[in-house]
Design a protein around this ligand. Structure first.
Ligand code: KIV
Ligand code: ZN
Length: 506
């Protein structure tokens, strides 16, 4: 299988569909981006369309990097072809791209010409272009497009016959556009195969698929496997009406299917963002690969799979590693009523707060209920529930005061079911001494784990604070996790103990 040849049409078909076509400086900037992407050919414009486009084509032809094919569009008329040659003939590998329809519908209702007449015009245009561009550069090429090739089902034999003559007249590339997408990809590919099989091996078959029914990527990818190696694509799928085939989708789909794709995939995301801004065409939320939602998971099942496979090349619910196209954001876990415990766990954990999966299970129905009314919940809203349900547990205990006296004496004042108790304890450090005081009051618990975290200042507006996590073991070996936050580290520890006790004494 030959490597795909990426022929970029952003500066021509993409540009011609913009509400405000690009100025020279903008075209220059995008041309550089196409260089970074390492496309093999750039259709720089349609020189006969305006003075500005002629000048742009000329300038970009000067800027061409080694091995780049610089192409310019020309209708099958001498003046257009002359203008294209004038604009890009001096580039390293110039290509004149001329076109004419051979579709029965279009020839009859738009051109009002007979098929034989159109065939003759097309052949003569290719002959003329070949003769004149080769005078300037022996490596120059001519491409012929059958505009509306997708509409040539009933006269495909006539089209094949004409294309044989067009190749003899000098065409190096035969482009078969789906100018308006109307049929199944398979029907279109069938037409491509008919042309491919009828023409000499060395003729390059190209595809240029518009996306009217949303199948342009599929058609282009399948067309490549049917032997059309030149793929005409547009960044962000720009182009007339619903656009042209999306460059990123084709490149990544081929890559994912084992094809050696000769473009710098890691430049795709950044370039797409730039193109969106420059074209003033927003990337829609659900756009494959580059859309803001393309990495978002909201259902519990998907979130679970996504998290379990997040560091793997092959993701349970994603087609690529985001870094493949240079995306530096990761899969996004959003919490809605459709989400589950894994999302609660991830969101709280990612916000820097410790939580166990059992606690996440306990919080899930509570946040789900809130989300049923509000829709997707932000991290802060989920944290509020975490603070209320995990950190601020109401129970029989209420801390009143504590004081460390001397080296290890600990005076503790607390209420138990409203009754004030004042006790003392001692031990190896304040935590130990506090537990000793509680033991003296009849609430004996052993410490099995302790950790204190520093929290960022901005979290819940609490200022710089510490979070203490302690695990207490009861008489029957049952373990309770106590957590508390306070700006005072010693108070965070004592509050964590009370937090644990309140989970037992409700
Ligand atoms: O869509 C189309 O048919 C075209 C041709 C000029 C190639 O853009
Ligand atoms: Zn087009």
């Amino acid at each position: 299988m030959k490597q795909p040849f990426f022929y970029d049409i952003t500066l021509r078909d993409g540009n011609q569909s913009l509400k405000k076509p690009w100025q020279l400086s903008e075209k220059q900037f995008i041309f550089e981006k196409l260089h970074e992407l390492n496309v093999q050919a750039v259709e720089v414009g349609f020189p006969a369309s305006s003075h500005m486009d002629f000048e742009a084509c000329k300038t970009l032809a000067d800027m061409a990097w080694d091995n780049l094919v610089v192409s310019a569009l020309a209708r099958a008329v001498k003046s257009d072809i002359d203008s294209a040659i004038k604009a890009i003939g001096h580039s390293k590998i110039p290509r004149v791209h001329t076109f004419l329809t051979l579709s029965p519908f279009h020839m009859k209702y738009v051109l009002n010409k007979k098929p034989d007449y159109c065939a003759k015009v097309a052949i003569e245009a290719v002959e003329y272009a070949t003769k004149n561009i080769k005078k300037i550069n022996k490596d120059a090429q001519v491409q012929f497009s059958v505009e509306h090739f997708g509409d040539c089902i009933e006269n495909i034999d006539f089209v094949v016959d004409t294309l044989k003559k067009i190749v003899k007249a000098g065409a190096y590339v035969i482009n078969l556009p789906n100018t308006v997408e109307r049929t199944r990809p398979a029907t279109f590919i069938n037409l491509i195969e008919k042309v491919k099989n009828a023409l000499p091996e060395d003729v390059i078959i190209s595809m240029h698929n518009h996306n009217d029914l949303g199948m342009a990527t599929a058609t282009t990818v399948e067309g490549y496997f049917a032997g059309a190696i030149q793929l005409e694509c547009c960044l962000n799928g720009l182009g007339e009406r619903a656009g042209n085939t999306d460059f990123a989708q084709v490149a990544v789909a081929l890559h994912n299917n084992g094809v050696d794709v000769p473009v710098n995939l890691e430049k795709i995301y950044e370039t797409s963002m730039i193109i969106s801004q420059m074209a003033k065409v927003q990337i829609y939320e659900k756009a494959p690969l580059i859309g803001p939602e393309a990495l978002a998971h909201r259902s519990g099942i998907h979130q679970d799979g996504a998290i379990k496979t997040k560091d793997m090349d092959f993701g349970a619910y994603r087609p690529i590693k985001p870094s493949l196209i240079g995306r530096d954001d990761d899969e996004k876990i959003g919490f809605t009523s459709q989400s589950g415990k894994t999302a609660v766990f991830e969101i709280i954990n990612n916000a820097g707060y410790p939580i166990t999966i059992e606690e996440a299970v306990r919080l899930t129905p509570i946040v789900k209920e809130i989300s049923e009314k509000k829709g997707e919940l932000g991290t802060d809203e989920i944290l509020k529930v975490y603070f209320r349900e995990i950190l601020d547990v109401k129970g029989a205990f209420e801390l009143v005061s504590f004081k460390l006296v001397g080296g290890d004496k600990f005076k503790l004042g607390f209420k138990f079911n409203g009754e004030l108790k004042e006790v003392e304890g001692s031990g190896n450090g304040p935590l130990d001494a506090c537990l000793d005081a509680l033991k003296n009051a009849g609430f004996s618990r052993k410490l099995s784990f302790y950790k204190q975290y520093a929290l960022d200042e901005d979290k819940m507006g609490a200022g710089a604070s510490a979070m203490s996590v302690i695990h207490l073991v009861g008489k029957n070996n049952e373990e309770i996790i106590g957590r508390a936050i306070d700006q005072n580290t010693a108070r965070a520890n004592v509050k964590a103990i009370f937090n644990a006790l309140n989970q037992v004494y409700k």
